[in-house]
Design a protein around this ligand. Structure first.
Ligand code: 1CP
Length: 344
């Protein structure tokens, strides 16, 4: 981190409000960009792309060449962690990730000792980005939160209700806790290495903070996120961290307070009023346009963009979508969005 150069997005994570909100777009490198689809073809499989520092750095930079964004997010995936632990992971076009589902024996066969060597190419991508990225751009590293990663590891693929993982957590508490401990430790090492390699900020993606009762939310979401924040700050004091508990709903305030993240990612289903009335006035927030409004564009998008900027006008705010951009998104709509956020 270079304290001399002003990075508006990093500064906002650290609590300093900017005149116009800095912005990035969740999943900003991806299939809506023709140049991404081209590089992706060259790379081979999706994981080959994640572990190819030259091509991964290239796709990380592609959205910044087109749009006036304030941050680059490392191109990788949350599922490199199960891959690094020795679980079989592949990505089928159109189907998303497919893993060999874990049972209790599978958990005990995972090999945390091999993770850091396996993830070395991702750190090389960060070093390359650090060397080429303009000094005012923030470089965001990331990992999936343990619960979100565990839902894929236990079910073998995405699922609308995380039933398999939720049931496993209740029926096999000891094995589940061993898995979560392993993911917490691996994530701390991985995020510390990302910050050391040159990331300015890290985001913890808790994409499946949904469908959990009070006690499960504390055990499966808050505790592991808090342990990562604490573990990371023991290694790197003041490490800037964004937490994104998608679907956290009524638990958002508890999440922010108990985990100690610097900034809170807000999903698009969270009412703007709720943020104003339930979250501390000085807590930096990130979000929260519905990605579908970006697909549709026009008034459906523009009115909501204005409402979001107005709602967060008195606190540090990073403009973003409230979940990832989808492949159907017209590039002209992204151009318009950036224009609106930056210049009104
Ligand atoms: O063929 C392809 O190109 C695959 C599409 C794709 C891409 C572009 C996947 C598969 N992952 C990624 C990159 C990615 N994933 C990034 C870096 C790109 C960027 O942001 O610019 C990041 C930050 C992620 C994070 C990620 N992966 C999350 C958390 C964010 C979220 O959307 O909630 C999750 C849940 C995943 C798993 C995953 N990987 C890929 C897909 C299609 C999915 C989602 C599967 C599902 O919906 O269950």
């Amino acid at each position: 981190m270079n304290p001399v150069v002003h990075k508006p997005l990093l500064a906002t994570v650290l609590g300093q409000r900017q005149d116009r909100p800095p912005m990035w777009i969740m999943r900003q490198a991806g299939r809506y960009l023709p140049e991404y689809r081209e590089t992706r073809k060259q790379a081979g499989t999706f994981l080959d792309l994640c572990y190819n520092p030259e091509l991964a750095a290239e796709v990380t930079l592609q959205p910044l060449r087109r749009f006036d964004l304030d941050a680059a997010i490392l191109f990788s995936d949350i599922l490199v962690i199960p891959d690094a632990l020795g679980q079989s992971v592949r990505f089928e076009t159109g189907e998303g990730p497919i893993l060999e589902p874990l049972d209790v024996k599978g958990i005990d066969r995972l090999e945390p000792a091999r993770a850091s060597a396996h993830l070395a190419p991702v750190l090389e991508t960060i070093r390359r980005l650090r060397a080429t990225l303009p000094a005012d751009k923030t470089l965001i590293g990331f990992c999936g939160a343990p619960w979100t990663v565990a839902t894929y590891m236990l079910n073998g693929r995405g699922s609308p209700d995380q039933w398999v993982a939720r049931r496993f957590a209740l029926e096999q508490p000891a094995a589940f806790d061993r898995l979560m401990d392993m993911l917490v430790e691996t994530s701390i090492d991985y995020l510390a290495a990302q910050l050391e390699a040159g990331a300015d900020v890290v985001q913890i993606f808790e994409s499946w903070a949904l469908n959990l009762d009070d006690a499960s939310f504390v055990r499966q979401v808050i505790d592991p996120n808090r342990r990562i924040v604490e573990g990371l700050r023991q290694r790197i004091p003041n490490a800037p961290i964004i937490g994104f508990p998608r679907g956290g709903a009524g638990n958002m305030a508890r999440y922010a307070q108990m985990t100690g993240v610097n900034a809170l990612g807000v999903d698009y289903a969270t009412p703007l009023d709720f943020v104003r009335s339930h979250l501390p006035a000085d807590l930096p927030v990130q979000g929260n346009l519905d990605p579908l409004r970006l697909v549709v564009g026009g008034e459906a998008m523009e009115k909501q963009v204005e409402a979001i900027i107005a709602a967060f006008a008195d606190r540090p705010h990073i403009f973003n979508l409230g979940h990832g951009i989808v492949p159907e998104t017209p590039i002209a709509h992204v151009e318009r969005l950036v224009e609106l956020v930056k210049h009104g």
